[in-house]
Design a binder for this molecule. Structure first.
Ligand SMILES: Nc1ncnc2c1ncn2[C@@H]1O[C@H](COP(=O)(O)OP(=O)(O)OP(=O)(O)O)[C@@H](O)[C@H]1O
Length: 290
Protein backbone atom coordinates (compact mmCIF):
# COMPACT_ATOMS: atom_id res chain seq x y z
CA UNK A 1 0.00 0.00 0.00
CA UNK A 2 1.15 3.51 -0.59
CA UNK A 3 3.95 5.58 0.76
CA UNK A 4 2.82 9.08 1.69
CA UNK A 5 5.72 11.49 1.99
CA UNK A 6 4.97 14.62 3.98
CA UNK A 7 7.17 17.64 3.49
CA UNK A 8 7.13 21.09 5.04
CA UNK A 9 9.01 23.64 7.06
CA UNK A 10 9.79 22.86 10.69
CA UNK A 11 6.62 23.18 12.83
CA UNK A 12 4.42 23.79 9.82
CA UNK A 13 1.72 21.28 10.80
CA UNK A 14 3.06 18.03 9.31
CA UNK A 15 2.26 15.82 12.30
CA UNK A 16 -1.21 17.34 12.51
CA UNK A 17 -1.76 16.40 8.84
CA UNK A 18 -0.22 12.95 9.32
CA UNK A 19 -2.76 12.17 12.06
CA UNK A 20 -5.56 13.52 9.90
CA UNK A 21 -4.43 11.32 6.99
CA UNK A 22 -4.17 8.24 9.17
CA UNK A 23 -7.69 8.74 10.51
CA UNK A 24 -8.97 9.30 6.98
CA UNK A 25 -7.34 6.12 5.62
CA UNK A 26 -8.61 4.07 8.57
CA UNK A 27 -12.16 5.31 8.16
CA UNK A 28 -12.30 4.96 4.39
CA UNK A 29 -10.66 1.51 4.32
CA UNK A 30 -12.98 0.24 7.05
CA UNK A 31 -16.03 1.61 5.20
CA UNK A 32 -14.85 0.00 2.01
CA UNK A 33 -14.29 -3.39 3.65
CA UNK A 34 -17.76 -3.18 5.18
CA UNK A 35 -19.39 -2.25 1.89
CA UNK A 36 -17.66 -5.03 -0.02
CA UNK A 37 -18.61 -7.90 2.20
CA UNK A 38 -20.75 -7.76 5.30
CA UNK A 39 -19.57 -11.14 6.45
CA UNK A 40 -15.92 -10.12 6.13
CA UNK A 41 -13.93 -10.31 9.35
CA UNK A 42 -13.93 -6.99 11.18
CA UNK A 43 -10.24 -7.17 11.93
CA UNK A 44 -8.21 -5.09 9.57
CA UNK A 45 -5.89 -6.80 7.14
CA UNK A 46 -3.90 -3.66 6.57
CA UNK A 47 -1.79 -1.51 8.79
CA UNK A 48 -1.14 2.22 8.78
CA UNK A 49 2.12 3.55 10.19
CA UNK A 50 3.31 7.06 10.88
CA UNK A 51 7.09 7.23 10.84
CA UNK A 52 8.42 10.36 12.54
CA UNK A 53 10.93 11.59 15.09
CA UNK A 54 8.67 10.49 17.93
CA UNK A 55 8.15 6.96 16.60
CA UNK A 56 11.91 6.64 16.13
CA UNK A 57 12.75 8.20 19.49
CA UNK A 58 14.72 10.98 17.84
CA UNK A 59 15.20 14.32 19.53
CA UNK A 60 14.88 17.36 17.22
CA UNK A 61 17.32 19.26 19.40
CA UNK A 62 19.95 16.66 18.49
CA UNK A 63 18.94 15.31 15.07
CA UNK A 64 19.59 18.56 13.22
CA UNK A 65 22.64 19.71 15.15
CA UNK A 66 25.29 18.76 12.60
CA UNK A 67 25.33 17.27 9.11
CA UNK A 68 26.42 13.96 10.64
CA UNK A 69 23.52 13.98 13.14
CA UNK A 70 21.09 14.70 10.32
CA UNK A 71 22.50 11.90 8.20
CA UNK A 72 22.04 9.49 11.08
CA UNK A 73 18.44 10.62 11.62
CA UNK A 74 17.66 10.29 7.91
CA UNK A 75 19.20 6.81 7.95
CA UNK A 76 16.91 5.78 10.80
CA UNK A 77 13.90 7.15 8.93
CA UNK A 78 14.83 5.36 5.72
CA UNK A 79 15.39 2.03 7.50
CA UNK A 80 11.97 2.29 9.16
CA UNK A 81 10.29 2.98 5.81
CA UNK A 82 12.10 0.08 4.16
CA UNK A 83 11.13 -2.22 7.01
CA UNK A 84 7.46 -1.21 7.17
CA UNK A 85 6.35 -0.52 3.62
CA UNK A 86 4.62 -3.47 1.95
CA UNK A 87 1.55 -4.30 -0.10
CA UNK A 88 -0.47 -4.41 3.15
CA UNK A 89 1.06 -1.43 4.93
CA UNK A 90 0.47 2.26 4.36
CA UNK A 91 3.42 4.31 5.55
CA UNK A 92 3.14 8.03 6.23
CA UNK A 93 6.59 9.62 6.50
CA UNK A 94 6.06 12.57 8.79
CA UNK A 95 9.32 14.48 8.66
CA UNK A 96 10.72 17.65 7.08
CA UNK A 97 11.84 15.65 4.00
CA UNK A 98 13.33 18.90 2.81
CA UNK A 99 16.17 17.48 0.68
CA UNK A 100 15.00 16.57 -2.80
CA UNK A 101 17.60 13.77 -3.04
CA UNK A 102 16.10 12.21 0.08
CA UNK A 103 12.57 12.42 -1.30
CA UNK A 104 13.95 10.72 -4.42
CA UNK A 105 15.35 7.88 -2.31
CA UNK A 106 12.00 7.43 -0.56
CA UNK A 107 10.26 7.32 -3.93
CA UNK A 108 12.72 4.60 -5.04
CA UNK A 109 11.73 2.46 -2.02
CA UNK A 110 8.07 2.65 -3.10
CA UNK A 111 8.96 1.87 -6.69
CA UNK A 112 11.10 -1.07 -5.70
CA UNK A 113 8.10 -2.83 -4.18
CA UNK A 114 5.70 -1.59 -6.84
CA UNK A 115 3.52 0.49 -4.56
CA UNK A 116 2.26 4.03 -5.27
CA UNK A 117 3.53 7.10 -3.54
CA UNK A 118 2.56 10.74 -3.23
CA UNK A 119 3.94 13.88 -1.63
CA UNK A 120 1.85 16.05 0.68
CA UNK A 121 3.39 19.48 1.09
CA UNK A 122 2.32 21.43 4.18
CA UNK A 123 2.86 24.94 2.83
CA UNK A 124 3.07 27.51 5.58
CA UNK A 125 4.55 31.00 5.66
CA UNK A 126 7.81 31.03 7.61
CA UNK A 127 6.55 33.58 10.16
CA UNK A 128 3.70 31.33 11.11
CA UNK A 129 5.91 28.25 11.42
CA UNK A 130 8.34 30.38 13.43
CA UNK A 131 5.58 31.43 15.80
CA UNK A 132 4.46 27.81 16.23
CA UNK A 133 8.05 26.82 16.89
CA UNK A 134 8.35 29.51 19.55
CA UNK A 135 5.20 28.22 21.21
CA UNK A 136 6.15 24.56 21.09
CA UNK A 137 9.94 24.90 21.50
CA UNK A 138 10.35 22.03 19.02
CA UNK A 139 13.57 23.32 17.43
CA UNK A 140 16.29 25.60 18.77
CA UNK A 141 15.95 28.97 17.04
CA UNK A 142 19.23 28.82 15.06
CA UNK A 143 18.47 25.32 13.78
CA UNK A 144 14.97 26.44 12.78
CA UNK A 145 16.38 29.38 10.77
CA UNK A 146 19.02 27.20 9.08
CA UNK A 147 16.45 24.62 8.04
CA UNK A 148 14.30 27.38 6.60
CA UNK A 149 17.11 28.51 4.30
CA UNK A 150 18.07 24.98 3.23
CA UNK A 151 14.53 23.83 2.49
CA UNK A 152 14.09 22.42 -1.04
CA UNK A 153 10.43 22.80 -1.88
CA UNK A 154 8.73 19.84 -3.62
CA UNK A 155 8.28 20.31 -7.34
CA UNK A 156 5.48 18.41 -9.07
CA UNK A 157 7.44 18.40 -12.34
CA UNK A 158 9.81 15.77 -10.93
CA UNK A 159 8.54 12.21 -10.85
CA UNK A 160 9.54 11.72 -7.22
CA UNK A 161 7.49 14.74 -6.07
CA UNK A 162 4.47 13.74 -8.11
CA UNK A 163 1.58 13.43 -7.47
CA UNK A 164 1.96 16.45 -5.24
CA UNK A 165 -0.75 17.74 -2.93
CA UNK A 166 -0.17 21.20 -1.57
CA UNK A 167 -2.11 22.73 1.26
CA UNK A 168 -1.88 25.60 3.69
CA UNK A 169 -2.99 25.07 7.30
CA UNK A 170 -6.55 26.32 6.59
CA UNK A 171 -7.07 23.97 3.65
CA UNK A 172 -9.20 20.90 3.94
CA UNK A 173 -7.28 17.69 3.30
CA UNK A 174 -8.00 16.72 -0.37
CA UNK A 175 -9.17 13.27 0.75
CA UNK A 176 -10.79 12.11 -2.47
CA UNK A 177 -7.89 13.19 -4.64
CA UNK A 178 -5.38 11.40 -2.40
CA UNK A 179 -7.58 8.32 -2.26
CA UNK A 180 -7.97 8.24 -6.04
CA UNK A 181 -4.30 8.68 -6.75
CA UNK A 182 -2.67 6.35 -4.23
CA UNK A 183 -5.33 3.76 -3.32
CA UNK A 184 -7.42 3.50 -6.49
CA UNK A 185 -4.39 4.46 -8.58
CA UNK A 186 -6.53 6.27 -11.11
CA UNK A 187 -4.61 8.15 -13.76
CA UNK A 188 -4.58 11.54 -12.20
CA UNK A 189 -5.42 14.80 -13.83
CA UNK A 190 -3.20 17.53 -12.42
CA UNK A 191 -4.72 18.60 -9.14
CA UNK A 192 -5.71 22.21 -8.63
CA UNK A 193 -2.81 23.05 -6.41
CA UNK A 194 -0.40 21.74 -9.04
CA UNK A 195 -2.02 23.75 -11.78
CA UNK A 196 -2.01 26.89 -9.69
CA UNK A 197 1.62 26.33 -8.84
CA UNK A 198 2.76 26.00 -12.44
CA UNK A 199 0.93 29.14 -13.48
CA UNK A 200 2.31 31.02 -10.52
CA UNK A 201 5.89 30.04 -11.04
CA UNK A 202 6.23 31.97 -14.28
CA UNK A 203 5.26 35.27 -12.75
CA UNK A 204 5.88 34.56 -9.14
CA UNK A 205 9.02 36.61 -8.55
CA UNK A 206 7.69 39.52 -10.54
CA UNK A 207 4.43 39.52 -8.57
CA UNK A 208 6.32 39.01 -5.33
CA UNK A 209 8.46 42.10 -6.04
CA UNK A 210 5.42 44.17 -7.01
CA UNK A 211 3.50 43.15 -3.91
CA UNK A 212 6.28 43.97 -1.46
CA UNK A 213 7.07 47.17 -3.36
CA UNK A 214 3.42 48.24 -3.01
CA UNK A 215 3.64 47.75 0.75
CA UNK A 216 6.70 49.95 0.89
CA UNK A 217 5.02 52.60 -1.26
CA UNK A 218 2.03 52.62 1.11
CA UNK A 219 4.38 53.31 4.02
CA UNK A 220 6.20 56.10 2.20
CA UNK A 221 2.90 57.72 1.20
CA UNK A 222 1.57 57.50 4.75
CA UNK A 223 4.73 58.96 6.22
CA UNK A 224 4.67 61.85 3.76
CA UNK A 225 1.10 62.83 4.28
CA UNK A 226 -0.26 61.50 7.49
CA UNK A 227 0.06 60.81 11.14
CA UNK A 228 2.94 58.34 11.60
CA UNK A 229 1.31 56.85 14.69
CA UNK A 230 -1.66 55.57 12.76
CA UNK A 231 -1.95 52.10 11.34
CA UNK A 232 -1.51 51.73 7.60
CA UNK A 233 -3.60 49.58 5.34
CA UNK A 234 -1.23 48.22 2.69
CA UNK A 235 -2.54 46.82 -0.62
CA UNK A 236 -3.80 43.19 -0.37
CA UNK A 237 -3.13 42.93 3.36
CA UNK A 238 -5.90 42.69 5.92
CA UNK A 239 -3.25 42.96 8.60
CA UNK A 240 -2.50 46.57 9.48
CA UNK A 241 0.97 47.95 9.46
CA UNK A 242 2.07 49.76 12.60
CA UNK A 243 4.85 52.29 12.15
CA UNK A 244 7.13 53.02 15.10
CA UNK A 245 5.51 56.09 16.73
CA UNK A 246 8.72 57.86 17.69
CA UNK A 247 10.79 57.82 14.52
CA UNK A 248 10.65 58.03 10.75
CA UNK A 249 11.43 54.83 8.89
CA UNK A 250 13.94 55.37 6.10
CA UNK A 251 13.72 54.00 2.59
CA UNK A 252 17.04 52.20 2.95
CA UNK A 253 15.77 50.45 6.10
CA UNK A 254 12.64 49.36 4.25
CA UNK A 255 14.68 48.17 1.28
CA UNK A 256 16.95 46.14 3.57
CA UNK A 257 13.97 44.47 5.27
CA UNK A 258 12.39 43.79 1.89
CA UNK A 259 15.60 42.11 0.68
CA UNK A 260 15.68 39.94 3.82
CA UNK A 261 12.03 39.01 3.51
CA UNK A 262 12.50 38.17 -0.19
CA UNK A 263 15.49 35.95 0.41
CA UNK A 264 13.64 34.00 3.10
CA UNK A 265 10.42 33.63 1.11
CA UNK A 266 11.21 33.62 -2.59
CA UNK A 267 11.51 29.82 -2.64
CA UNK A 268 7.98 29.44 -1.36
CA UNK A 269 6.34 29.77 -4.72
CA UNK A 270 3.04 28.49 -3.42
CA UNK A 271 2.04 31.55 -1.51
CA UNK A 272 -0.59 33.70 -3.09
CA UNK A 273 0.01 37.43 -3.15
CA UNK A 274 -2.34 38.12 -0.26
CA UNK A 275 -0.21 35.89 1.89
CA UNK A 276 2.97 37.53 0.61
CA UNK A 277 1.59 41.00 1.44
CA UNK A 278 0.42 39.92 4.89
CA UNK A 279 3.63 38.05 5.58
CA UNK A 280 5.64 41.14 4.65
CA UNK A 281 3.45 43.40 6.81
CA UNK A 282 3.91 41.04 9.76
CA UNK A 283 7.65 40.94 9.11
CA UNK A 284 7.82 44.74 9.08
CA UNK A 285 5.67 45.02 12.20
CA UNK A 286 8.08 42.76 14.02
CA UNK A 287 11.29 44.31 12.77
CA UNK A 288 10.38 48.00 12.75
CA UNK A 289 8.95 47.93 16.24
CA UNK A 290 11.51 45.63 17.83
N1 LIG B 1 -3.76 24.18 11.38
C1 LIG B 1 -3.21 24.56 12.53
N2 LIG B 1 -3.76 25.55 13.26
C2 LIG B 1 -3.22 25.97 14.42
N3 LIG B 1 -2.09 25.44 14.97
C3 LIG B 1 -1.49 24.46 14.30
C4 LIG B 1 -2.00 23.95 13.05
N4 LIG B 1 -1.18 22.98 12.60
C5 LIG B 1 -0.20 22.89 13.54
N5 LIG B 1 -0.39 23.76 14.55
C6 LIG B 1 0.46 23.96 15.73
O1 LIG B 1 1.80 24.07 15.29
C7 LIG B 1 2.67 23.30 16.11
C8 LIG B 1 3.42 22.33 15.24
O2 LIG B 1 2.50 21.40 14.69
P1 LIG B 1 2.97 20.01 14.17
O3 LIG B 1 3.66 19.23 15.23
O4 LIG B 1 1.80 19.37 13.49
O5 LIG B 1 4.03 20.49 13.10
P2 LIG B 1 5.21 19.66 12.44
O6 LIG B 1 5.44 20.29 11.10
O7 LIG B 1 4.90 18.21 12.48
O8 LIG B 1 6.41 19.97 13.40
P3 LIG B 1 7.85 19.26 13.43
O9 LIG B 1 8.66 19.91 12.34
O10 LIG B 1 8.32 19.59 14.81
O11 LIG B 1 7.65 17.79 13.23
C9 LIG B 1 1.81 22.62 17.15
O12 LIG B 1 1.95 23.34 18.35
C10 LIG B 1 0.41 22.72 16.61
O13 LIG B 1 -0.53 22.89 17.62
Amino acid sequence: MPLVILSGLPTSGKTTRAQELKTFFETRLAAQAQAQDDSAPKTKDYRIHIVNDESLNLNKHVSYNTAADEKKARGALMSAVERLLSKDDIVIVDSLNYIKGFRYQLYCVARAIGTPHCVVFCACIPDRARAWNKESGAYPETIFEELLVRFEEPDSRTRWDSPLFVMVPEDKLPEDEIWDSVILKKAKPPNMSTVVKVVKETNYLYEFDQTTQNVIQAILDAQKSGDPTKQIKAPLSSILLQLPPTRVVTLSELRRLRRQFTSINKMHTLLDMTRVAEGFVEYLNQNLNA
